[in-house]
Design a protein around this ligand. Structure first.
Ligand code: FE2
Length: 238
């Protein structure tokens, strides 16, 4: 199921795509990213010059948080994905997007996973939240409404979430952090950015739209972990 470290197929063009994406996203995210992302990026030592070795990066993440990175050849279906989260492992797609998908990659790719997700894994609040989601998903029957709700909660937090920081909404979802197109759409004054409410998020359908129709903004970072306590009572009844 898993490949080893960085695949042999990483080419010079892949390295160039990484470098250009890294430069553009770090510039775009200045004063737009949540503090947890900026801190995680610095602690990991991710650099524009080279795609990091996944084995070494996984060791660093494990020493910091107890999570491991699981290199995979393609994105997982939700059930397999949440199973990994329940084991404190995060799948990393080992192929980087092609040049023509620079602004928006419809499927997770190496840049989305490494740049968008891994720095956030160093935040213990988000890391524990993801672990809890994995365990909760595993505990629900296959095909149940509760699993759909947990997928929506993951989607509108870890993928497309924002959090208030010093009076401004800051980005922490990997789908935002890794996509210039999604960032421009999200910060547009006409795009709805709604205060996070757990019951509302649980009943928001996940669509295949190119960009999200609305985004949810945590009033404070602590609310991500605080909502875990009320989750069990709301699942499948929201
Ligand atoms: Fe993702």
């Amino acid at each position: 199921m898993f490949t080893n470290h960085l695949p042999a197929h990483v080419s010079g063009q892949d390295q160039l795509i990484w470098k250009i994406l890294f430069d553009r996203q770090t510039a775009l995210l200045h004063r737009r990213a949540a503090p947890a992302f900026s801190q995680g990026l610095a602690r990991l030592g991710l650099r524009r010059e080279a795609i990091p070795d996944l084995g070494e990066l996984s060791t660093t993440v494990f020493e910091e948080t107890g999570w491991r990175l699981a290199p995979v050849g393609r994105p997982f279906e939700p059930a397999a994905f949440f199973e990994l989260l329940a084991e404190r492992r995060f799948p990393i797609v080992t192929r980087i997007r092609p040049m023509h998908a620079f602004d928006f990659s419809p499927q997770p790719d190496l840049f989305h996973d490494l740049f968008g997700h891994v720095p956030m894994l160093l935040d213990s609040g988000l890391a524990d939240f993801l672990h809890m989601l994995g365990q909760a998903y595993r505990a629900q029957p296959e095909g149940s409404p509760a699993r759909e709700q947990l997928w929506a909660l993951y989607f509108f937090t870890a993928e497309f979430g924002l959090v208030q920081h010093e009076g401004q909404p800051r980005l922490y979802g990997a789908g935002l952090l890794s996509s210039a197109g999604e960032i421009h759409h999200c910060v547009n004054e006409n795009t709805p950015r709604i205060a996070f409410d757990l019951a509302t998020v649980l009943r928001t359908p996940v669509t295949g739209a190119r960009y999200q129709q609305q985004y949810y903004v945590l009033p404070a970072w602590e609310q991500l972990t605080d909502c875990v306590a009320e989750l069990a009572g709301l699942l499948a009844v929201a």
